[in-house]
Design a protein around this ligand. Structure first.
Ligand SMILES: CC(C)(COP(=O)(O)OP(=O)(O)OC[C@H]1O[C@@H](n2cnc3c(N)ncnc32)[C@H](O)[C@@H]1OP(=O)(O)O)[C@@H](O)C(=O)NCCC(=O)NCCS
Length: 183
């Protein structure tokens, strides 16, 4: 398969945040932004893969600053990593206050997408052609993120296997819970 450059599948979605997108506090619903992120990840991954792609996993979406009604939100997606059948799409979200002309970086997230063939099986994706230091860094960071996630998953599984309810229950006392077993 012929390698493809990340910039060949760069995709941006820009959308105005209208009042019907607001939550009960008057800010934009997190779900609206998640939906836009999923759409831009889909379009970017599918352009690179040449097959339709599905979302498999999302690495950390932190809403550290609220998005306001009236903001213009742009989501910029680029392929950061290509596996055998999976792609990691980095998405940078920026919001612009069109009246004040101020721009803020709202968050950056990583969506893992898998390409599917016509019979719904994972399909191979073209290799990524890396031509800048930045692209090499992003590719290497994606591998590290993947390894850390595998490590975390394995550690959780091992911890569950060795978890002793009686011994470890007292440690929960320092957390915000009340333990009153009724069964
Ligand atoms: C994801 C899916 C394709 C995996 O299918 P599978 O037959 O288990 O295939 P594999 O184990 O070969 O995994 C395929 C790729 O997904 C990756 N993958 C699987 N689970 C993953 C996870 N939890 N996080 C990140 N990547 C994952 C694998 O690493 C592999 O990547 P690679 O080929 O680049 O090495 C399958 O579970 C699926 O179709 N899930 C539903 C996805 C969907 O419909 N999403 C929309 C939201 S409802």
């Amino acid at each position: 398969m012929q390698a493809r450059k990340p910039k060949d599948s760069d995709t941006t979605i820009t959308e105005l945040m209208i009042p019907s997108y607001a939550n009960f506090g008057g800010k934009i619903h997190g779900g609206i932004l998640l939906s836009l992120m999923d759409k831009v990840a889909y379009a970017c991954a599918t352009k690179h893969a040449g097959n339709y792609c599905v979302t498999v996993s999302v690495d950390t979406v932190d809403f550290l600053q609220p998005v306001e009604v009236g903001d213009l939100v742009s989501l910029m997606a680029r392929v950061n990593y290509a596996g055998n059948t999976s792609l990691v799409i980095g998405i940078k979200v920026i919001t612009e206050n069109v009246k004040k002309k101020t721009v803020k970086h709202t968050n950056t997230s990583y969506f893992t997408m898998v390409a599917k063939s016509d019979n719904d099986k994972p399909a191979r994706v073209p290799p990524l052609l890396l031509t800048t230091q930045e692209e090499i860094r992003r590719f290497a960071e994606s591998i590290l993120r993947k390894e850390l996630k595998d490590y975390h998953r394995k550690a959780m599984r091992e911890n569950k296997d060795t978890f002793n309810l009686k011994e470890q229950t007292h440690e929960l006392a320092k957390y915000n819970c009340v333990i009153r077993v009724e069964e």
